[in-house]
Ligand binder design. Sequence first.
Ligand code: UD1
Ligand code: UDP
Length: 363
Amino acid sequence: MKISIILGTRPEIIKMSPVIRECEKQGLAYFILHTGQHYSYNLDKIFFEELELPEAKYNLDVGSGTHAEETGKMLIGIEKVLKEEKPGIVLVEGDTNTVLAGALAAVKSHIKVGHVEAGLRSYDRNMPEEINRVLADHVSDYLFAPTEKAKENLLRESIEESKIFVTGNTIVDAVYQNLEIAKREVDILKKLNLNSKEYFLVTAHRQENVDIKGRLKGILDGLELVYNKFNYPTIYPVHPRTKKKIREFGLEVPKGVELIEPLGFLEFLQLEANAKLVLTDSGGVQEETCILKVPCVTLRDNTERPETLEVGSNVLVGVNQNKISEGVKHMLNKDKNWKNPFGDGKAGNMITKILITSARHSN
Ligand code: UD1
Ligand code: UDP
């Protein structure tokens, strides 16, 4: 059974890497199709290099655009490749436009779809990612749910139980596989002149936050208040979408906040693991902080990662500056003895085993 791994953005490359490693280890027939949704070196190629992933066999180079432009170009390009390669299954990961296009092109070509990180729900249809994940789940044949909670979400939407497999999240595999490598190969604290547990780390890039001037300003005002109250330097590796919007809206970056270019996974992971606290609107970062036992303050009104709230590693504060500051105070005063709800770091192995077993049964 030939596997087509479709990916296109930073988090997909990182979270698919454990599955790709397993395909290599077990000698499975597979190829990577990159849509080209992310193309800047530090959002794309750096991860292939650091994680030692084989180059994509195809890159569609779709680049940036509106949702329809990106998704439409991807659909056309993916369909062509699938027609030629005739894989037995397409694997997609997460909730980006690449995931929607990959799943849709495959199901329409009568090719089975496996959705890694299935069943996440924010129940907020303002998020493009919520639409993508719901649609991808409903056309999938294999739904690799990271947690029991994600499985319950799928069952509530009448998805057949026999299609759902609780595997843990592949981000745990990626964190465990790369933390030690990061210690050996990079020293971002030295590079940025920081001491462990004496700085805050920020990431924010969600469309519904940074494309709205008032919300982006709320986040920056929040960071200013947090710096004035707690006095920790704040490092912000800034996503190109956010960088563009800060400039376009004419907003000031507050004192105490250092904007830097996006980092590779090894440096970012090290920066995250040593941070006193992280403020973010990223999905993956909410999970990683939970795994790394670093307190997280989420700059959103909802989350599709409620497990982090339940175990107490994360708090939702939205974009109001006072709420952000209160959230920081609350998380700094908390014990960090929570349990990681995202699995044991063997999700990649489980996913490939499930695929191998089901291929044997259908032969
Ligand atoms: C996308 C995903 C989001 C994910 C994020 C990961 C969708 C709908 N959104 O958001 O779920 O969390 O990736 O980082 O799929 N740009 C560059 N270089 C690049 C890519 C983008 O400069 O390599 C800039 C362009 O100005 C572009 C903007 O970033 O217009 C947004 O890119 P896009 O891929 O549309 O969405 P992301 O915000 O990256
Ligand atoms: N990340 C990175 N460099 C950075 C910022 C984030 O390598 O400068 C990694 C981070 O460790 C996580 C992933 O990117 O694994 C999260 O991606 P992002 O926040 O872009 O997307 P989301 O998870 O919100 O979809």
